[in-house]
Design a protein around this ligand. Structure first.
Ligand code: SAH
Ligand code: SF4
Length: 351
């Protein structure tokens, strides 16, 4: 059985045409799936009984199986989700007062192989399809009972960060298709300003996201120069820093110039955390006149990885230098650590 979740409107229209139905039904079905959150085609009561029967013969609106759900003392919630082939991902909800972000994954494992990342230590198993990407968010909504979709301002699950497992730009087609459903007013209808895609810097695809989606961009920078970046992020040998930063500038131009690029910078003790590193990277960004802010991320340890996080005082100093260079540089407070839901701690194996 195929899933109705993840089909774009044109695909749905052609399926409806085959069933002898009018194209406008596609929009109606999207509303039932993405606004009303129906999980059973028999509950599509705004459609005729005969259409419901025809649809249920071939389709479902199935979510992934929830294998485990954990809620942290700080209210972060994590789901271990299982797909049809028994492979698993972790999806996280990170609350902030009266709203919050769902962190979704795009791949099982990751081929980029950053040396500090637990996901990267696992090799790529496969890409997630569009249904699997979109339904992570829908499962989170199910869990909080946030259906039908409330209007923007009152949503608890208000934001999406594409920062879970995998490199979204290595699964470009499905990621773009999923983001289009998530941002479409007839779909999940989350504003593109409330969605942030994080990438390790697959240079040729960065501007594609700007053109096709136009959401916010976070770039996993983590190093001030090629020498250090090559060492901790092997992808840098293929796509060196200069080209990545140029693409960020281009991204900003395409999306209208007002949206800041977020540079994520992992603080690794003795590796990338010296004052001269802060000055060096500030210079590269200023040279290109990129409107940017930093997000300094304390390294989250995991067993089998030898890095240590920089001491608090080092991180504060680093932040102060970036601020004196004109960049906001807050230090990320790690959430959900007690349930292993923090950055770099997600994995597909339920070990
Ligand atoms: N592949 C994309 C998105 C997923 S990773 C990317 O790399 O941007 C999301 C963020 O978690 C990235 O900035 C990544 O560098 C960071 N991260 C990975 N391992 C981490 C760890 N052990 N501690 C803290 N952050 C980590
Ligand atoms: Fe992949 Fe991102 Fe982890 Fe690097 S940090 S290995 S790109 S998931």
């Amino acid at each position: 059985m195929d899933n109705l979740i993840g089909l774009d409107k044109l695909e749905l229209q052609s399926i409806l045409a085959e069933l002898g139905e009018k194209p406008f039904r596609a929009k109606q079905i999207w509303h039932l799936i993405y606004n009303q959150g129906k999980t059973d085609i028999n509950d599509f009561t705004t459609l005729s009984k005969s259409l419901r029967e025809k649809l249920s013969k071939h389709f479902t609106v199935k979510r992934p199986e929830i294998i485990k759900e954990l809620t942290s003392t700080d209210k972060t919630r994590k789901w271990l989700l299982g797909f049809d082939d028994k492979r698993k991902v972790e999806t996280v909800y990170i609350p902030e007062d009266d709203r919050g972000a769902v962190c979704i994954s795009t791949q099982i494992g990751c081929a980029v192989g950053c040396t500090f990342c637990n996901t990267g230590s696992q090799k790529l198993e496969r890409n997630l399809n569009t249904a699997e990407i979109v339904s992570q968010f829908m499962t989170a909504r199910d869990s909080y009972g946030e259906w039908p979709s409330p209007i923007d301002e009152t949503r608890y699950l208000s934001n999406i960060v594409v920062m879970g497992m995998g490199e979204p730009l290595h699964n470009l087609k499905n990621t773009i298709k999923a983001l289009k459903i998530l941002t479409d007013g007839d779909g999940i209808a989350i504003s593109k300003r409330r969605i942030t895609l994080s990438t390790s810097g697959i240079t040729p695809h960065i501007t594609t996201i700007a053109k096709e989606v136009g959401c916010k961009l976070a770039l996993s920078l983590h190093a001030p120069n090629n020498e250090i970046r090559d060492h901790i992020m092997p992808i840098n040998k293929k796509y060196p820093l200069e080209g990545v930063l140029d693409a960020c500038k281009e991204y900003q131009k395409i999306t209208g110039g007002r949206q800041y690029i977020t540079f994520e910078y992992l603080m690794l003790k003795g590796i990338n955390d010296k004052p001269e590193h802060a000055r060096e990277i500030a210079k590269e960004i200023k040279k290109r006149k990129i409107g940017a802010k930093f997000n300094l991320i304390p390294f989250n340890p995991w067993s089998g990885c030898d890095y240590q996080t920089s001491p608090k005082s080092t991180i504060i100093k680093f932040s102060q230098i970036l601020e004196s260079e004109g960049f906001a540089a807050p230090i990320r407070v790690s959430k959900g650590q007690d349930i292993m839901a923090a950055c770099g701690q997600l994995k597909s194996k339920n070990q």
